[in-house]
Design a protein around this ligand. Sequence first.
Ligand code: HEM
Length: 141
Amino acid sequence: MTENTYTAEEVKKHNSLNDLWVVYDNDVFDITKFVDDHPGGEEVLKANAGKDSTQEFDDVGHSESAKSKMKQFRIGRIAGAPARVEQPKKKVTTPASTSASATRPAEAGGLGALKIPIIIIVLAIIAYFTMASDAMIEDDQ
Ligand code: HEM
């Protein structure tokens, strides 16, 4: 799929509150319409307008929902930048691998979920023989 590419010089032109672009991870975002809604205020956006704000954006510790909201403002990529790594695809595989790994510790334990029933059975056998030998001692007397 072809997408729009922009040079850093081009991005630099969009540096006002009425026309505000930022770059994150070589992706270009037109966040002009988001300026008023930005929870972090417009000042920080103005300070980063027309710039690569990757470092600043990450330093804030933006939430996952902020990162996902960001996607709707993406207009293209910096010219000559390496191909972008698709974040959503990664995410789709994460829950599956997480749930698969969640079952792994039990499997890795060998007996896994069977451990508790086995302990109960062993205790029952010990109790049975203890009672049986008590009964034999009583019989002897
Ligand atoms: C498309 C771009 C952006 C989006 C969608 C966005 C979104 C958000 C959101 C949703 C929050 C609330 C806290 C959170 O959920 O993390 C936030 C807070 C903030 N953002 Fe952004 N932001 C963007 C760009 C930037 C940029 C370029 C800067 C520049 C450094 C910035 C600086 C901040 C700051 C300082 C806060 C306040 C953090 C706090 O009060 O703890 N944001 N942003």
